[in-house]
Design a binder for this molecule. Structure first.
Ligand SMILES: Nc1ncnc2c1ncn2[C@@H]1O[C@H](COP(=O)(O)OP(=O)(O)OP(=O)(O)O)[C@@H](O)[C@H]1O
Ligand SMILES: [Mg+2]
Length: 242
């Protein structure tokens, strides 16, 4: 092992990140860090830039300025497949499961082999989500919303990420399935995975996350320890407009 550089404790760092669509700028100088093993909740009302930030990190939206570091490595100008390979796994908004592929085909489509002892395998993903094992021969379009979400998470894990980013992973799911997703995220955290999670559930985020960051019109409006999501709920809810 090489000696730890100051940035090695940070799985993700954005520095003064600016991004947008065409000539419309959406993000204005975002500084965001996720340390190793940390869960960071990314929050904010509709249209404040959460998805744009996540997509910019993975190289899918137009960056207009600033830098993106993954495990201390400058990936700012990298194509998205290289950023993914550098260790960023994405569970995108809307899941984007391949309808015409089976569960198992979906899982292996973007999987990456690794010889690391703690690497994710089909078997360990099926252990995490026994339901996916039961549905391994079903097609994507035969799965329930919850199963598709589990599939999207399993697929991201099989890319062997150092950082998992989830965009509205519990959106539109029944309460019991939501709980199952939150339990799974807790398991992943306990395994030491670093996570950036976009969600609206203050209670669940307050229980799981270490820190929160609230975006307002493309800027960081507020951030702090996640327990504030519970203790200063009224204040936080004002930022979130709920
Ligand atoms: N493909 C696009 N082309 C042009 N503008 C876009 C595009 N996607 C998003 N925007 C705009 O960028 C801004 C930020 O949108 P973004 O989707 O990042 O917000 P969000 O915080 O994820 O919102 P939500 O909570 O609704 O998912 C909004 O003003 C939105 O209209
Ligand atoms: Mg969004």
């Amino acid at each position: 092992m090489t000696s730890a550089s100051p940035s090695a404790a940070q799985v993700l760092a954005t520095e003064q990140l600016e991004a947008g669509y065409g000539s419309a700028q959406v993000l204005f100088g975002i500084d965001l860090q996720v340390r190793r093993g940390e869960v960071v909740a990314l929050m904010g009302r509709n249209g404040m830039g959460k998805t744009t930030l996540i997509r910019t990190i993975i190289g899918l939206a137009t960056r207009m300025g600033g830098r993106i570091l993954v495990e201390g490595k400058d990936v700012t100008r990298w194509a998205s497949y290289r950023v993914a390979r550098a260790g960023v796994g994405l569970v995108p908004e809307g899941r984007q499961v391949f309808a015409a592929l089976t569960t198992e085909e979906n899982l292996v489509a973007t999987a990456r082999e690794s010889s690391a002892p703690d690497a994710w395998t089909l078997e360990s993903v099926y252990r995490l989500f026994p339901r996916l094992a039961e549905r391994r021969r079903h097609y994507g379009n035969q799965l329930s919303g919850g199963e598709q979400q589990m599939l999207a998470i399993g697929r991201a894990l099989l890319t062997q990420p150092a950082l998992l980013m989830l965009d509205e992973a519990t959106e539109g799911l029944a309460p019991l399935i939501r709980q199952e997703i939150w339990r799974t995220l807790r398991t992943l955290k306990d395994r030491g995975l670093s996570v950036l999670v976009v969600d609206r559930d203050l209670k669940a985020l307050g229980a799981l996350a270490d820190r929160y960051v609230i975006l307002e019109k493309g800027r960081v409006a507020r951030s702090g320890p996640a327990r504030e999501l519970l203790s200063e709920r009224a204040l936080i809810e004002r930022y979130l407009g709920v």
